[in-house]
Design a protein around this ligand. Sequence first.
Ligand code: PEP
Ligand code: MG
Length: 820
Amino acid sequence: MLKLTAASVRIGAVATSKEDAIRQVGQVLVQAGNIQPAYIESMLAREKLANTFLGNGIAIPHGKPEDRDLIRETGIAVLQVPAGTPWNDGETAHLIVGIAARSDEHIDVLRRLTRVLGDAALVAKLRQTRDPADIVEALTGERPAPPAPPATDYEHAVPVTIQNPTGLHARPAAAFVETAKRFQSAIRVRYGETVADGKSLLSLLQLGVSAGATVTISAQGPDAAAALAALQALVASGMGEEPVEPETAHRPQLAYRDWTPQHVAATINGIGAAEGLAIGPIRHYRRAPLVITDNPSDRMSEAAALENALAAARSELELVAGEVSRRLGSSRAAIFRAHAELLADPALVRETVSRIFDGHSAAWAWQQTIAARVAQLEKLDDPVLAGRAVDLSDVGQRVLRHLLGLGEMPFISLAEPALLVADDLTPSDTATLDPDSVLGLCTALGGPTSHTAIIARSLGLPAIVAAGEAVLDIEDGTPAILDGFHGQLYLRPSAADVETARALRAGLDQAQAVAFATRHQPAITRDGVQIEVAANVNRVADAARAIENGADGVGLMRTEFLFIERESAPDEEEQYEAYRTMVETMAGRPLIIRTLDIGGDKEVPYLNIPREDNSFLGIRGLRLCLRRPDLFEPQLRAIYRAARHGPLKIMFPMVATLEEVQQAKAIAERIRAELNAPPVEIGIMVEVPSAAMLADVLAAEVDFFSIGTNDLTQYVLAMDRLHPELARQADSLHPAVLRTIARTVEGAASAGRWVGVCGGIASDPLGAAILVGLGVHELSVSIPSVATIKAHLRGLSVADLRELARRALACRSAAEVRAL
Ligand code: PEP
Ligand code: MG
């Protein structure tokens, strides 16, 4: 929210022209310390490019975006010209609101202004008032959001363990907020170092609390004790979901390896998105796409349309929640309450209103706002945030339907238990599915991180995604087996195959239990070779989860997650605290901290990194850090300071050339020397083909390699890792990728260096086996995969795996490798 004080409001001014008015309001901004005088010229220049007259006598002059560095401190000023000043043809301005905004804080004021604009009586009053406070109130009438509480608990506090299978995600968090709001007391929830307001859904979701984690709830106020008791009971009851013991929350993916049915009419290949076998007839589900055109009427009507659609969506959500609650129980209904909370996010409205002011229709503006937000969240490799993206997109559609005059979202109903086939699914779709009637899901679109995949995993339904358009043509009612492990849909299987599938399902449960029970034991192969199985973590608190789940160490800490989803970069001190906490949590176990890998798919809006046409080939990772000492150096200082508290290693991402490594090492060494910090091992990610080709050269420079197969695959195959259609082909087990890995291992061996793999393929049992066969020493996998991969490796011998790898390298396609 922008600050506007009475001192920045000029009452009773006289202005002879638009330029005169802009200069006067600019002068007020200068005096208030908001801008340098040169910004006034920018405001005048901007006015020549775009008219800032909103209507009803209000204009909002502001400078050009590229001149933002002339802004000292974001702020606004108001010039009241009771007699009016000519603006453009036929327009007369009475209230000139000068805006100096470094980012988009002014959108709050714009939103406010839409209300003022629509209220003729209020505008008339503001033109004539002698009291600056009237204007301040009209423009800033909303109370600013309460500041984030400091990372301490209130006096009354209780620790609780979150047992929900997917952590504190939208639905349980909404239930928490609902209960918290029943009490007068202020409520906080602390997860590690981070504190959230217990009455704000977004704040709670940003904690990223995962299953099995312990958080502290604290309260302050007249009913603090009662609030804590209620919230404690709510958490224990699963917050509207079935609580799951941590043991059973882990669903290792080992099974069905060697199974294919013997007699089927046809097989459809997709990507396995949620493990398991389901058996039943096919049922199609189709939802018509929404068509949005940008045909705006005037701004006022578009703003009003937005307001009405939001209100309609809210009441629809209430009705649906009631209906779902009656049909399927209150836990299923909670998703809709969570959606209603998301709609209450003022930033969404602000951004949309800003687009409407830029001259777009409400439907277009809303769709763009949602799409941008969703894209940003989806790109983050974090299931909690990805879940928010799904929910946001879903609730966005609901509002959009109202904006397009299509009314409420229809329900899905299946008459009998079946395998649901669709092009794609949303959370609303699945929340309205009857779990007794839907046995498994298969979608034509999507990748392993798509909505359907996430939802299916959270519901424990076997699922296939990216099965292709052909799946939409299967005749309704066709009997089938859905194999979520291999990503295959078998049509018209024989009775014997159906029986085998049922038996396999029973065996899986047992294997999972064994893997989890032995997770803390090392992964020693049958021929006595120990493979280090570490975990990839994105947040400080994940380090403890990694250990709880059996990880031998952390093979990749993605530090960019410290920078994401906030307003400004964490400073050296904050980063130091984070890294030190991790070092202490790891208690001597290996910890590899990767320096910032921003750019490409990982955007951080406040860093103002210029957009690139081809961001994956642009300034990302180490390239960015070498150009931005303001980011790189505080991070290195923080890491070296943390190194005093225990062992850690530094790793540079996105290395393409020898010079980059040498420069980065020189900077690191200078900083180490300045701090008189202990030397630490330095490694690089090998994820660019040039680095793999130069492995022998680079190995002489560093202590270790970790292969990032996610990026390596996209660069070797020239397939964007986020591309919706290419996701299927961008397979890290492609022999071209495997040969690149083999070359990297050879190069490293020539200088006596070890090699790990931290890309997604290490979490796949076949991938892990081939990687070990190729000579990889360490696998850094997703936390839930640790137990599974360890158990899998214990059953294998390195001698056999070398042979497997040799055969894989000789394959001609990814399909041939997978067939091994
Ligand atoms: C990779 O590219 O494989 C990797 C582990 O890094 P990220 O996924 O963070 O780009
Ligand atoms: Mg990478």
